[in-house]
Design a protein around this ligand. Structure first.
Ligand SMILES: Cc1cc2nc3c(=O)[nH]c(=O)nc-3n(C[C@H](O)[C@H](O)[C@H](O)COP(=O)(O)OP(=O)(O)OC[C@H]3O[C@@H](n4cnc5c(N)ncnc54)[C@H](O)[C@@H]3O)c2cc1C
Length: 234
């Protein structure tokens, strides 16, 4: 396993609680849209065993042509040790990334794609939408639906409807509106439904989609084969 140590080159305050850490792109490091990585802080591999408290899974919110690896995360006032350390990191500090993989690349199957997310889950979808804007081949259209009760919606420069590009974006701030809209979107019995958020959020979305007649193979989750199977066989 290759561990890439790299430096933070910019920190963007997306909202009062959400930051994007832009990391220098190590030579020969590349990734595809929908990727997640293991994001680790200094000292994580100092002992005999890796210190899990200093490692988190994080999606990569950028595409390679942007020349930086973007990690977008919410840091609340009450937060874990990991986020407490992260909050204090500055441009020039080192972090590590390893085991990068995409479970949710953009499927180009001439279908309508629905991106359902909660909060910073939208970070996973940012590169999918950018990839689609660059090349719309074999994707009919994309619709994004994000729920964020803070109402500080993310990436609103990209997540705004562009009819000519067949892209629509919707933000809601409560569960009632969110699940009503999911039911509405699920009227498309042939669509592909990507879902990103907490495990509880995934379970609820799968339940609603399945009730509406959406089949497991139409539902895309950022999970490996085994876990995917467990989630989708509810
Ligand atoms: C494939 C994959 C991709 C992911 N991508 C991302 C991503 O792109 N961005 C992202 O942010 N996360 C992502 N995650 C989730 C990420 O790995 C973390 O689990 C998540 O960010 C929570 O981080 P944390 O455990 O440091 O907790 P925190 O975010 O610090 O806390 C989680 C909750 O616990 C509460 N809490 C924590 N500590 C305390 C305390 N001491 N006292 C009181 N309350 C406390 C917080 O208020 C918060 O509500 C991903 C996970 C997976 C599996």
């Amino acid at each position: 396993m290759q561990i890439y140590w790299t430096k933070i080159n910019k920190i963007i305050e997306e909202t009062p609680e959400v930051k994007t850490y832009l990391l220098d792109c190590p030579k020969d490091f590349t990734w595809e849209e929908g990727s997640h990585t293991h994001f680790a802080l200094e000292g994580f591999n100092a002992g005999d065993k890796p210190n899990r408290g200093l490692i988190r899974h994080m999606s990569i919110s950028t595409l390679p042509h942007e020349k930086s690896i973007g990690i977008t995360t919410r840091i609340r006032e009450q937060c874990s040790e990991f986020k407490t350390i992260l909050r204090n990191l500055k441009v020039g500090n080192e972090v590590a990334i390893f085991k990068t993989h995409s479970n949710v690349p953009l499927k180009r199957e001439d279908k309508n794609v629905y991106l359902l997310s909660s909060g910073v889950g939208l970070a996973t979808f940012r590169p999918l939408v950018l990839d689609y804007f660059e090349r719309a081949d074999s994707v009919n259209q994309i619709h994004s639906l994000n729920i964020d009760s803070s109402r500080d919606f993310l990436f609103t420069d990209i997540f705004q409807s562009v009819p000519e590009k067949k892209f629509t974006s919707q933000f809601v701030d409560n569960r009632k509106d969110y699940y009503e809209e999911v039911k509405n979107l699920a009227k498309d019995k042939d669509g592909l439904f990507y879902v990103v958020g907490s495990d509880e959020f995934l379970v609820q979305n799968i339940e609603v989609l399945r009730e509406q007649g959406i089949k497991p193979e139409q539902i895309m989750l950022d999970k490996r084969e085994q876990q995917l199977h467990e989630f989708l066989s509810f």
